[in-house]
Structures are given as structure tokens and as C-alpha cells.
Ligand binder design. Structure first.
Ligand code: ADP
Length: 512
């Protein structure tokens, strides 16, 4: 199936993102011999992704809508720097069909699906229609937006309570409301509509059957320009807090070869139905009887992509670059092998002992774990400041083990070794999940976190450990002061292979 030869897929790629995913993409590019252009906001001047890229250009002040969401500024940098392709990562402009179109119109390759697929899958109602027509099972519900409370009441009766009100243009769990009783429908409708308008600029909402205790299982798909579409197996993403993923693993503890084949085929059908290309994820909910339903399609690389990499041995980010440059898929469906088990834990700068409140501050001491089977995809270093401006996820800890139990034990060991002070994180929560008997037995669903943990207990059990960590940090600061050293300072950008000049040019450039 291989078509193109040669060592380099592109000469130069712009990474329209920051943090761990920008670092991830830069690394993939460098391993392929591709030069990289980073973009950054004023407060990210000295950040890791800027330091690692060959060139870096300032695009605006800290707020994302003045920098990382400024498609015009990013496109201008892409043209000035003469890049051949733009990788959007996840978040920010990655699912912005207009931006993808503008990039392509400028003669620059968009490392992602066609704008038409992004647009179609960006609307949950539109996506549901396309999937239903393609014969992919969807969660029972409406395919059109629901307008009046009377119409909603009628539809809800047909679907059957409990129902879930969802924002058609939604994401990040926003605009969702569970309604168990018809008397609560009208007010929930109003609330969901308001939230959707505020978050997505659209009041369009629709109804889905609320499935009790489902599992969230998603399939990684890849499509090339030659018309080949494959899946790379599933990821289990049921460990969620407020409908947002916290821990992901591959394979799913409940997967059977037969179910994988059926769900995988549906995922491939879903990708074909929307004219997909490059990397995408088809999300499903799976009920206790093993019935599965299409939930949505994410038209980009996912946060949790590393667990698929660890069990397939395929570098998904490099594959994205290769596919975008015209290469065909390196394997056929029957050649896919899943080896061992991988788990990812998302490390957020959130105080999990205080209701997961976002935490800002400077990382004073950082020593992530390492050793066999441990991988950390991080966007921060010791001395870095965690600001309020961006997503609180600062790093991902990923482990591989020969089987699920070894992977859990390894994650437990790695989280136990993790040392970070200056900011509070979700690490203590991860340690508790790894010890949880239901989690260890693979018996959980999307309501696991809310059901198994109450914050009082979380606090009591981790309190002792926190005290030890605080004493250790204080001792270290005292020790360093004694040696005449100051507390950790942010790293500064270092010139590499003559790239400093470009960085300076980029930084001086007025981008508005
Ligand atoms: P978003 O795009 O806002 O993240 P999703 O549609 O991807 O929303 O759903 C996120 C999570 O919300 C799912 O993983 C699941 O836990 C829950 N969820 C969504 N739809 C349903 C449903 N119909 N029934 C039960 N849970 C649901």
C-alpha cells in the first residue's frame, strides 16, 4: 500500500497550539526530519514548546481569543515562515472548519480532515443524521433541534425518561441536563439553551435517551487519500468526572474480539459516511447488554491518543503527518495487533482535595517518575507558571504493562513516585483510583467517580502524604538557599541550530 518514498514528509510545519500537545507534535516532526514553527502568546514566551521548536513567533497576548484562537495571526505567521502544513493539535482551532478552509485556501496543507467533515461532525444533530443514514446505531433521540417546551414534552414521552438535553454545537460536557421527571423538563430546557448560547453562540438543543450506567468506548480511526479507512482499536474512557475523561485505557476491559469487530466496522463506516481523512475518533456509549450507540466523532487527535500508541506500536502523530503528505496507510485492518495494556492519567493543576478547584502558581519542584513502561507527555518544566488563561491539564502520565493488572500496578508505582510542588494537582486522586477494587476488577461505568468517591474521604486519606511533600519541599528550598541558589526560575529560550534569529524575527513581528 505504500506509495511515497523519501525521508521527509514536509520540510516545515507550523504547530497552532501550546502545552503538552504542541510538544508532542514538535517531537514527532523532529523525528521525521521536519522543521518546526511554534506560535506563542506573551506569557508563553519561555515555555517548553517555544524552546523545542526550531522557530517561534509571537501571536498575541495571553487570553486565547487574542492569541491561540487568532486564525488570522496564525495564518499570517504560516505564510511568512513559508510552512507547508499546519498541525492544529486538539482544542483551540483544531475543530474550526473555517480555519481549516483558510489554511488550505492559502495553499498550505491542513493536517486533519477536510473542512466539510469537521463541519458535519461539529454539529451533533447533523452527525446523528449522517450516522443513522449510514446504518451506524445512534443513541435514541431527536435528530433535529427542539424548539418549544410543548414539542420537547411530546418527544420526551416518545423517547422515554430519563432523557438528556444536549447542546447541538456542544462540547466539554457543557449544556447537558439530565431530566428524570417531566415536571423538570421546561426549566431544564431553558437552562440548557442559555448555557449553550453562552458557551457555543447557538441556543440549538436536542434530546437523547439518557442511558443509565453506560461505558464510554471510542475507536481510533485513520483514513488516507487513497480511500483506505481502518480503525486502530478502542479506548476505554468511562472514568470521568462531570462527563469529562480523567483516565483512559486500551484495550477496554470488557472488549471481546467479536464486539471489537462490530464496533470497529461501525467506526470505519462512520468515517466513510462523512468523507473522512486523517486521524479521528468515533465515540460510542455501550450499555450493560453490549449494545453500542454512536455518541459523536472528534475530528482531530485526542488527548488520550498515547494509549493507542502504546498498544499498537504506531506513532499516531507521525502517521498524521505522513497521511497529510499523501502517503497511504502502512497497514491493512487484518494486520492490526494489540499488545499488552496501556493506561493514561491526566494531570490537571486542580486541587483534587478541594473539589478540583483550578490551581494557579509556579511549579517549584518537579520530578516525574520514569523507568520501564512509563511515559510522560508534558508541557511544563520546574519553574514554569501555571496561569488561569489555559486548560488546567499540564501533563499526561502513560504506562504500559504486559496485561491490565501490571499496567495498574505500574501506574500506581509511577503516581507514588511523582513529586510536584508549588501547584496542587489531581495526582492524589489518581493514586486512589488505582487502589479501588471496582476499578481494578474492570467493573465500572461513566458514573464510577461520582459513585465511588466522596471528597471528604479523599481529603482524609491524602492529607498525610501532602504534609510529607510540603516538608520535603520546604527542606529543599532551605537547602538551596544555603548554597546561594534561588528557587527554580523559568528556563529561557536557547538558540539551536541557528533558529534563534527566526524566533526574534517572529517575536518582533506585529501580528495585528
Ligand atoms: P461533550 O461533547 O460535551 O463532551 P459527549 O456527547 O461527548 O459530550 O458526552 C460526554 C459524556 O457525557 C459521555 O462520555 C457520557 O459520560 C455522557 N453522556 C453523553 N450522552 C449520554 C447519554 N445519552 N446517556 C448517558 N450518558 C451520556
Amino acid at each position: 500500500m505504500t506509495t511515497k518514498t523519501g525521508s521527509s514528509v514536509f520540510d516545515k510545519v507550523l504547530i497552532a497550539n501550546r502545552g503538552e500537545i504542541a510538544v508532542r507534535i514538535i517531537r514527532a516532526c523532529h523525528e521525521l526530519g521536519v522543521r518546526t514553527v511554534a506560535v506563542y502568546s506573551e506569557i508563553d514566551r519561555d515555555s517548553l514548546h517555544v524552546q523545542l521548536a526550531h522557530e517561534a513567533c509571537l501571536i498575541g497576548p495571553a487570553p486565547a481569543n487574542e492569541s491561540y484562537l487568532r486564525g488570522d495571526a496564525i495564518l499570517r505567521v504560516a505564510k511568512e515562515q513559508g510552512v507547508q502544513a499546519v498541525h492544529p493539535g486538539y482544542g483551540f482551532l483544531s475543530e474550526n472548519a473555517d480555519f481549516a478552509e483558510q489554511v488550505e485556501a492559502a495553499g498550505i496543507t491542513w493536517i486533519g480532515p477536510p473542512a466539510s467533515a469537521i463541519r458535519a461532525m461539529g454539529s451533533k444533530t447533523e452527525a446523528r443524521k449522517i450516522m443513522r443514514d449510514a446504518g451506524v446505531p445512534v443513541v435514541p433521540g431527536t435528530e433535529d433541534g427542539v424548539e418549544s417546551p410543548e414539542e420537547a414534552a411530546q418527544l420526551a414521552e416518545t423517547i422515554g425518561y430519563p432523557i438528556l438535553i444536549k447542546a447541538a454545537m456542544g462540547g466539554g460536557g457543557k449544556g447537558m441536563r439530565i431530566v428524570r421527571d417531566k415536571r423538570d423538563l421546561a426549566s431544564a430546557l431553558e437552562g440548557a439553551r442559555r448555557e449553550s448560547m453562552n458557551a457555543f453562540g447557538s441556543p440549538l438543543i436536542y434530546l437523547e435517551k439518557y442511558l443509565e450506567k453506560p461505558r464510554h468506548i471510542e475507536f481510533q480511526v485513520f483514513a488516507d487519500h487513497q480511500g483506505n479507512v481502518i480503525h486502530l482499536g478502542e479506548r476505554e474512557c468511562s472514568i470521568q468526572r462531570r462527563h469529562q475523561k480523567v483516565i483512559e485505557e486500551a484495550p477496554s476491559p470488557v472488549m471481546t474480539p467479536e464486539l471489537r469487530e462490530r464496533m470497529g466496522n461501525s467506526a470505519v463506516e462512520a468515517a466513510r459516511a462523512c468523507g473522512y481523512r486523517n486521524a479521528g475518533t468515533v465515540e460510542f456509549l455501550v450499555d450493560r447488554q453490549g449494545n453500542y450507540y454512536f455518541l459523536e466523532m472528534n475530528t482531530r487527535l485526542q488527548v488520550e491518543h498515547p494509549v493507542t500508541e502504546m498498544v499498537t506500536g504506531i506513532d499516531l502523530c507521525q502517521l498524521q503527518l505522513k497521511i497529510a503528505s499523501g502517503e497511504s496507510l502502512p497497514l491493512e485492518q487484518h494486520q492490526l495487533t494489540i499488545r499488552g495494556h496501556a493506561i493514561e492519567f491526566r494531570i490537571y493543576s486542580e486541587d483534587c482535595l478541594n473539589n478540583f478547584l483550578p490551581f494557579t502558581g509556579r511549579i517549584r519542584y518537579l520530578r516525574p517518575p520514569d523507568g520501564f513502561g512509563v511515559r510522560e507527555d508534558s508541557g511544563v518544566r520546574e519553574g514554569d507558571e501555571i496561569s488561569i488563561h489555559y486548560d488546567p491539564m499540564i501533563s499526561k502520565l502513560i504506562v504500559w504493562g504486559a496485561d491490565r493488572e501490571s499496567a495498574i500496578n505500574r501506574m500506581s508505582r509511577a503516581l507514588g513516585e511523582y513529586r510536584i510542588t508549588g501547584v496542587r494537582t489531581t495526582i492524589p486522586f489518581g493514586r486512589l483510583v488505582m487502589k479501588n477494587p471496582a476499578f481494578r476488577a474492570g467493573e465500572f461505568d461513566t458514573s464510577f467517580v461520582e459513585r465511588e468517591f466522596d471528597l471528604e474521604n479523599l481529603q482524609a486519606r491524602e492529607h498525610a502524604w501532602q504534609k510529607v511533600a510540603a516538608v520535603a519541599a520546604a527542606w529543599r528550598r532551605h537547602h538551596e538557599r544555603g548554597k546561594g541558589r534561588h528557587e527554580a526560575e523559568p528556563h529561557t529560550v536557547q538558540d539551536k541550530s541557528g533558529s534563534g534569529q527566526w524566533k526574534d524575527v517572529g517575536r518582533r513581528a506585529a501580528l495585528r
